[in-house]
Design a protein around this ligand. Sequence first.
Ligand code: DGY
Length: 322
Amino acid sequence: MKPKVYITSKLPEDVADYLRQHCEIEIWDGDRAITGEELAERLTDVEGLMTSGNKVSERLLQSAPKLRAVSNVSVGYNHNDLSAMKARGIIGTHTPYVLDDTVADLALTLMLSAARRVAELDQLVRSGNWQRGLGEQLFGTDVHHAKLGIIGMGRIGEAIAKRAKFGFDMDVAYYNRSRKPATEEKLGVVYQPLDELLAESDFIVLMTPLTPETKHLIGRPQFERMKSSAIFINVSRGDTVDEKALIEALRSKTIRAAGLDVYEQEPVSPDNELLSLDNVVLLPHIGSATHATRNRMAMVAARNLVDALYGREPQYVIPELK
Ligand code: DGY
């Protein structure tokens, strides 16, 4: 009998066909995201779960006594309770590599948009308020030849550094838990202690995974170290930043601007103060969301899941669960 699998969001047809060959599948077809309770109700006799961003908690696992594998359609897995999964012997997988360039493109998009005030100027044109001779107050900041500090020099950090260094002639520094001599040599980037990097960079991109050590890595003291002209970009996870401190830094012009793809609470609530600020570009967590990359991620996740359920070592097991 084919193992039963539940999938929390729609899939490309070829991926669904591949899964159907090996599993009995059910896919959430609501026009909004499935809630934790709805998911729990559907997991009672399911052996495999394929999900992007749904919380996999001890509580959820209690409603899924037959669950053997969780396949995340994402590189991040901070929404998985790894100790609860480990205790139950549940295999957890994710989708690294395939999204590196796409997420790096988005980091550059946010840098350029915040620097050149794309959202504000788009709004100016749309609202019919474009007058000849744009006032200096709407001029932007150069990205080329500026100094970029990257916090978190993993694969995506490297892809951002490559674009910045060779595409925009930027001077690139990085901070990481461990130094990366090979990357320094290959890309001509330099390591800096965090406080130095914060104080000297024109652009700061946060690209570190969310772990207990990186929660609120950037808060008030860190914003206060930055230049008042600094532009801060977060494409990692919302909880790596103290969002209240960021709002304060933007409001008080402690820093010049920000570009965000991630938030402490997602989706953001309509009364989040970030929504009322002009000097921040806001995206709805779409780092990997291109057709090609999301399709590739779905196929990698499907293969991971089938391998796990058929007793083969999946290609991308979550490192902490190996
Ligand atoms: C991931 O896959 O974890 C990224 O956040 C996608 O945007």
